[in-house]
Ligand binder design. Sequence first.
Ligand SMILES: NC(=O)c1ccc[n+]([C@@H]2O[C@H](COP(=O)([O-])OP(=O)(O)OC[C@H]3O[C@@H](n4cnc5c(N)ncnc54)[C@H](OP(=O)(O)O)[C@@H]3O)[C@@H](O)[C@H]2O)c1
Length: 271
Amino acid sequence: MESRDFGRTGLRVPVVGMGTWQTFDVRDAAGEQARTRVTDAAFETGATFFDSSPMYGQAERVLGRTLNGRRGRAIVATKVWSANDLEAEHQITAALDYFDRLVDVYQVHNLVASRKRIDQLERLKDVGAVRVIGVTHYSAAAFGELRLAMSDPRVGAVQIPYNPDERDVESDILPAAADLGLGVIVMRPFGQGALLRRSVAEPALRPLAPFGISSWPQALLKWILSDLRCHVAIPATSSPEHLRINAAAGQPPWFGADERAYVARLAGHSL
Ligand SMILES: NC(=O)c1ccc[n+]([C@@H]2O[C@H](COP(=O)([O-])OP(=O)(O)OC[C@H]3O[C@@H](n4cnc5c(N)ncnc54)[C@H](OP(=O)(O)O)[C@@H]3O)[C@@H](O)[C@H]2O)c1
């Protein structure tokens, strides 16, 4: 697995990690055991960047449990998501409990009360409980606001959607992130699974075999990661096998412009 400098934060991250929205919101022992096998596969393959949020039900708690003695080898990104100071404090206290008193990348989810939340996260950074402060929004309609938040010198990372269906970040957000030296986390690499429901026949992937591509999810991940301004993509999965397939896309050779255009066409777009 290739790793990249996470902007100018001093962190190095594997290029493929894992999201936990829906997939890690499980509430029984059998569910937790099954998710532990997904986390095991992440450690086996080096996909050890994990993203969560208090917005994802039980996902933070379950992720913390599946790390199970391996917290020191993981990079944990989570989020705070409340306009209410007391609730935000509760979310942060819970997350620090789940993740052994350290969150590597603490993000303001959907920019909710971002100034106040960044002040709060900065205080945690001062005492060594947070390494990098991030901002994130899923909606292109909020990218103006996101761009402003990225300029705050205390912000070191940004999480954005980027895939062949969602390319709004190309015009402003990705160039600004590179200029500012921010770490870039790519959410929704499969468009919440929608891109995977488009059938792409195996012969259509053959021209990508020299790039180590044997499946459509891998082609989509390599499309993202071949833009070197993207540091880590975080596909969510409930399957250890899918995780292994995804992780295998995390090494060179990277696509050039022709291969990226080809994958975009397979996804149903012209460049
Ligand atoms: N900051 C924000 O506002 C925000 C918003 C949305 C998401 N996120 C983050 O980004 C992460 C990823 O986005 P997402 O969860 O929305 O969607 P996604 O990663 O684009 O797609 C997830 C879906 O893809 C499937 N999948 C994964 N690998 C596969 C493979 N190799 N083969 C076949 N199917 C595969 C999963 O099903 P299986 O379980 O069957 O594998 C799941 O249904 C989230 O989990 C979350 O951490 C952040």
